[in-house]
Ligand binder design. Structure first.
Ligand code: ADP
Length: 460
């Protein structure tokens, strides 16, 4: 049996529950054949040399965690720069927020080369390599240049934008060319796959060989849509655990008389937070019966705080929340409770379960796992309602959620009102179908489907 090698920007110890769903899911696969997980150590070396980084190895059960340090310049230009100031905004359709600094691209290549060089020393001939996400698009190309012949698959966790947006990245051809060094390229949704197919046909004259095989740049690659899921059983177990139950009990008393709406995410401009707050404000104005009752708990965890776009967003949110509470609040009721922090993963399901409505309304999202976690945490006898942006990858699967356009403030307010008034029978019926969806295509299904396709992909 081949060993699995997972490569991602950050490496997590799969034995720790706090590591989250992906680490747990990949941990299963890594454990089976004593795998290797490779990536950045999270350590930044001040004054280190660009393109250089020490390799560390550590055992986590049967899994080897291999990590490389980055110097401060590479961290700034590869991670904050090319990855998060070019690829992240453009892949989330935000050309206006992209910064095409020439130095960024050099660092992106340099770090991918460094990773390839270090990883190569650890590889065995029959390893299966699975590379994750936008930080590492050229990794297979760099590995191939060093002589690696192993099977290598790539999964893009974020969306792939349409050709006309992608083409704004000065190195777009280079990036897409690099994808053809993989044996299999996976996307979150059919829409992303369609964007890939259009791009390679229009910009690279790719031949569609059928079965999602494309030939371009003298190479052949297979592409596919593999929507990521959550570990539904693990999440259900968390929901019934002590911490989540305590959270639920504590909140239930307070919200038995009020209707709780919930938003949980990283504080990121892709998540549509200001748009959501404006819709909530419109709800209070248009449907005043919700005054003193509907309460929005918005939890936004700190993210990429070294970047201006993120600190600007933080200020915008604080000011919007303050204005809504100032305009509509009463001595004994505040419409918005906003928290800029993380909730412990063990307690989160308790919060999901007490909410009447979840607002998952990103402007653009590869998948969105919060939507799936919310479904998994509900009480089937009295489930909450999921309001989901049509622009989240999850909307392709979760058709029984109430789908909204997050740019349409008034429409979103109407949908929230509908959710708050939804009869029990309809809530149950929708939840039943949604739960079936997330069970059928859970994270284990995702991992096995991708790895099976990678194992079967025709070479060359
Ligand atoms: P993204 O990967 O863009 O952050 P996802 O919705 O796909 O978005 O995944 C987010 C993960 O992080 C989920 O597992 C969610 O539970 C967790 N998470 C997001 N925000 C918070 C928060 N404020 N506190 C705790 N966990 C959070």
């Amino acid at each position: 049996m081949s060993r699995l090698v997972v490569v991602s920007n950050r490496v997590a110890d799969p034995r720790k529950a706090a590591a989250g769903g992906l680490a747990v899911a990949l941990g299963d696969a890594l454990n089976t054949a004593g795998g290797l997980w490779f990536g950045w150590s999270g350590t930044v070396i001040e004054g280190g040399a660009p393109g250089e980084g020490e390799l560390h190895q550590q055992k986590a059960g049967t899994v080897t965690l291999a990590t490389v340090d980055l110097c401060a310049e590479d961290h700034a230009d590869y991670y904050l720069g090319y990855s998060n100031s070019v690829l992240w905004p453009v892949f989330h359709y935000r050309l206006d927020l992209a910064r095409f600094d020439a130095g960024y691209f050099g660092a992106y290549r340099r770090v991918n080369r460094l990773f390839a060089r270090q990883l190569l020393t650890l590889l065995r001939p029959d390893d299966i390599i699975w590379v994750h996400d936008y930080h590492l698009i050229p990794l297979a190309d760099e590995l191939r240049a060093l002589g690696a012949t192993q099977r290598i698959g790539f999964f893009l966790h974020v969306p792939l934008p349409p050709q006309q947006l992608l083409a704004a990245i000065p190195q777009h051809e280079w990036l897409m060319h690099a994808l053809f060094a993989y044996d299999l390229v996976g996307f979150q949704s059919e829409a992303d796959l369609e964007n890939f197919s259009r791009y390679v046909r229009a910009e690279a004259g790719a031949e569609d060989l059928g079965d999602n095989y494309y030939k371009a740049f003298g190479r052949t690659v297979q592409a596919g849509a593999f929507p990521i899921g959550i570990d539904v059983d693990e999440f259900a177990a968390l929901t019934h655990g002590k911490d989540a139950r305590e959270m639920y009990e504590r909140m239930k008393d307070e919200y038995s008389r009020r209707q709780l709406l919930l938003g949980v995410e990283r504080l990121d401009y892709s998540k549509g937070l200001p748009q959501r707050l404006r819709a909530f404000k419109a709800l209070l104005k248009k449907y005043p019966e919700n005054l003193r009752s509907a309460t929005l708990i918005q939890i936004a965890s700190p993210s990429r705080e070294a970047m201006d776009t993120y600190t600007d967003l933080l200020q915008e949110l604080e000011s919007l929340c303050g204005a809504i509470n100032g305009d509509f609040g009463e001595l004994d009721w505040m419409p918005v409770r906003y928290m800029h922090r993380n909730v412990a993963r063990k307690r989160l399901p308790g919060l999901y379960r007490v909410a009447r409505v979840a607002l998952v309304t990103p402007l653009r999202d590869g998948m969105n796992l919060v939507a799936k976690e919310f479904i998994a945490a509900q009480d089937p006898a009295d489930p909450g309602v999921l309001i989901l942006s049509r622009f989240a990858g999850a909307a392709e699967q979760l058709k029984d959620a109430l789908l909204v356009n997050p740019y349409d403030t008034d429409g979103m307010a109407d949908t929230i009102q509908r959710a708050l008034q939804m009869p029990l029978q309809e809530r149950q019926a929708r939840h039943q179908t949604l739960l079936k969806n997330i069970r059928e295509q859970d994270v284990h299904w995702w991992r096995m489907t991708f790895l099976k396709a990678l194992g079967a992909a025709a070479r060359g």
